[in-house]
Design a protein around this ligand. Structure first.
Ligand code: SF4
Length: 326
């Protein structure tokens, strides 16, 4: 059975974009592969943050993941900082990672442009990512197209370390990308990927009236100015959300009604809202149960961390031995 590793930032409650773009896929993969899901709180501190907020967001993320269907009886869910071997392996990998490879990373270039002073953690972020994956010797990493470059770096690092220290040359498997079938979910502004920092999200646990309040004014095909203007569904984010959430015959109906000006955008959004509610009602219900039983969330994380410390300990024993630290 392949081992899958996935990481997610402790950004608080999940939004529809995280859910449709990644987490929903994990809930399926957990039944097909050995699945490890990590809330990557050490990654979150490469930009300024409030410690109290980090605690809350980490807890909210864990609760959201469990409510969204991650099952701790099947998959392993844990918090990165509870397994110290992540940073230990990251240091080791830093010593064989070419600096040029890090400077070329698109995310580093983008993030460093937004910061006044650039910390070394921002540059070394992909090394910690490589350590996250290699620590569990995962074979598969579910990624969106925008993360393939980071995974490629993990493969380079695995190859280099194997070539330098492992005579058998396959201590670390080169992790393969499992391209996430779900699409890149755009924000309600229709301009950029759905992201909390851009304030264009719908929270997975938001009450229905809030969801509708956000959905109603969401950007659609800009060329559909009047109700009688036919639209082009493919350019409209609402149509893409239908494709992710509505039944195939509804999606077909949406495309037809849009391109023939058979209905207005509000009608279309009402149907999307119904599809969204069908998906969100059971998730909200599970979240409510978990809120009433926080010990359940804590126990899932503690069990996950204990299991991962064991796996990580085995890997680090192999690393230490091969590098002369035993
Ligand atoms: S009818 Fe639906 S798919 Fe067409 S532009 Fe309006 S919201 Fe988008």
């Amino acid at each position: 059975m392949s081992r899958i590793f996935s990481g997610i930032q402790p950004s608080g409650e999940l939004h529809i974009g995280n859910y449709l773009g990644a987490v929903k896929n994990w809930t399926k993969l957990q039944h097909e592969h050995e699945t490890i899901i990590c809330i990557v709180d050490y990654h979150a501190i490469t930009i300024p943050y409030e410690p109290a907020q980090l605690r809350t967001r980490r807890r909210d993320m864990a609760l959201s993941l469990l409510a969204a269907g991650i099952d701790p009886n099947v998959a392993t869910l844990f918090v990165q900082s509870q397994v110290p071997q992540h940073t230990e392996l990251a240091w080791v990998l830093n010593t064989i990672t070419p600096l040029g490879e890090l400077e070329r990373q698109t995310q580093f270039k983008e993030k460093s442009q937004r910061q006044e002073s650039i910390n070394a953690g921002l540059l070394n972020y992909p090394v910690l990512q490589a350590a996250d994956i290699l620590l569990y010797r995962a074979n598969l990493v579910p990624v969106g197209e925008d993360q393939v470059q980071h995974l490629e770096l993990s493969r380079v690092v695995a190859r280099r370390w194997n070539a330098t220290y492992a005579a058998d040359n396959d201590f670390f498997p080169e992790p393969q990308p499992a391209l996430t079938p779900a699409r890149r979910i755009m924000g309600l502004d229709g301009q950029a990927k759905m992201s909390k920092s851009l304030n264009n999200t719908i929270g997975l646990l938001e009450p229905p009236e809030e969801v509708w309040k956000k959905l109603r004014p969401a950007i659609t095909d800009p060329k559909r100015i009047k109700r009688t203007d036919p639209g082009t569904p493919e350019v409209c984010n609402i149509y893409h959300l239908h494709k992710a959430l509505s039944a195939p015959d509804t999606v077909e109906h949406v495309a037809k009604q849009c391109s023939t000006a058979g209905w207005g955008c509000i009608d279309c959004k009402r149907v999307l809202f119904e599809s969204m509610e069908r998906e969100l009602i059971p998730i909200r219900r599970r979240a409510e149960e978990l809120r009433r039983d926080p010990a359940h969330v804590e126990a899932a994380l503690a069990d996950g961390a204990a299991h991962c410390r064991k796996l990580a300990g085995e890997t680090m024993r192999g690393v230490r031995e091969r590098m002369g630290f035993d």
